[in-house]
Design a protein around this ligand. Structure first.
Ligand code: ADP
Ligand code: MG
Length: 356
């Protein structure tokens, strides 16, 4: 089990492209941590610096207290699976998995033992003699992972390894890979732009934006209490309501939106009276008029199977609201409905506009 420390890590390409800016990150021994963010935010560059394929402009990478910033990739004991994890088509499954061991000059029968062990881990025993073309996409993916696990790396680095799989298979791989990672207790960093993937698999998620870490926490912490507008919007969906702070008592602020007064949870980072309130669609509820906080007219109703999704024109602007489908009758498009929520479901966080 290995602990990874990243301190002040930056990468500037050609003196002008600031791909990664002063990233600090501690990945605990046995932890599964995801770097989550939109394309171009610096995830791959960060991972490549950890792996040793890209040299940092500033900063250090340490494993178990040892500075490896300038070590060559082969000496880092890290296993990497990329998005384009090409298997050798002319080699069998067993030969593909043995490849890295041969490169390390490992002799038979130890090599055979390692291959068998790695294939057992990814549940591919029995398929040793197949060729990649005789495997499904998910099986090929597992061979790529077995090939890396066979060298028994201290750290596992995954760069969007599931993005070529179809949605259903990807979902299965999430569960399978997470279970394997837990069983082996191997320190893992996953790079992904897929928030569901990051939330399903991770102990913690680092949300990246513009080369820096915008948010760091457990999936639930950063989904329920993001501290930035960017994270609110990047993870799941949110309504945005603009208003003015009238007063603050402890954690709750009174915010005026037009002629309406609302209570909202203060998240810090607000500057000035003008603020934005954020509330997720599933925190809003349709309710009887005598207990509702605002009213609105349903403009769109979508059936998504597990949930009904509404867009409602209200006194607070257009609100998106979702209702779990439990088989009950639902209001129709054009109907007037009451809307409510709990104190604290409305949150104010630092808004993008306020921070430039
Ligand atoms: P992500 O993996 O989050 O999509 P990357 O780390 O690949 O992001 O890229 C971050 C930024 O660095 C992007 O603006 C990208 O264009 C730039 N970049 C990446 N690699 C290079 C390179 N070798 N030379 C110049 N710019 C690069
Ligand atoms: Mg990338």
């Amino acid at each position: 089990m290995s602990k990874l420390s990243i301190r002040g890590l930056s990468k500037t390409y050609a003196g002008v492209v600031h791909a990664v800016r002063k990233v600090d990150l501690e990945v605990e021994s046995g932890e599964f941590l995801s770097l989550l963010g939109p394309s171009g935010c610096g995830k791959t560059t960060t991972l490549q610096m950890v792996a040793g394929f890209v040299s940092p402009t500033t900063g250090t990478v340490m494993v178990d207290g040892m500075d490896i910033t300038n070590a060559v990739p082969e000496k880092r004991d890290m296993g990497i699976v990329f998005q384009s994890y090409a298997l050798f088509p002319h080699m069998t499954v067993a030969q593909n998995v043995a490849f890295g061991l041969e490169m390390r000059k490992m002799k038979r029968p130890q090599r055979d033992d390692r291959v068998a062990e790695a294939l057992t881990m990814v549940r591919l025993s029995g398929l040793e003699n197949r060729y990649p073309s005789e495997l499904s996409g998910g099986q090929r993916q597992r061979v790529a992972i077995a090939r890396v696990l066979a060298i028994r790396p201290r750290v596992l680095l995954l760069d969007e390894p599931m993005s070529n799989l179809d949605a259903k298979l990807r979902g299965e791989m999430h569960v399978e890979l997470r279970a394997l990672q837990r069983r082996l207790g191997i320190t893992t960093i996953l790079v992904t732009h897929d928030q569901v993937e990051a939330m399903t698999m991770s102990d913690r998620i680092a949300v990246m934006a513009n080369g820096g870490i915008a948010e760091l926490g457990t999936p639930q912490e950063i989904y329920d209490h993001p501290t930035s507008e960017f994270a609110f919007k990047f993870l799941g969906q949110t309504n945005v309501i603009a208003g003015d702070i009238a007063s603050i008592e402890g954690e709750l602020a009174t915010v005026r939106v037009g002629s309406v007064s609302l209570k909202a949870k203060i998240g810090g980072g607000q500057n000035g009276r003008q603020i934005k309130l954020f509330v997720r669609p599933e925190r809003l509820r349709i309710c009887p008029s005598d207990s509702c906080r605002t009213r609105g007219k349903i403009v769109t109703r979508l059936f998504l199977g597990g949930v009904w999704f509404y867009e409602i024109e209200s006194g607070l602007g257009n609100l998106r609201l979702s209702v779990v489908n439990v088989g009950a009758a639902q209001p129709q498009e054009g109907e007037d409905v009451g809307i409510t929520w709990n104190d604290g479901d409305l949150q104010c966080v630092a808004s993008e506009a306020a921070n430039g």
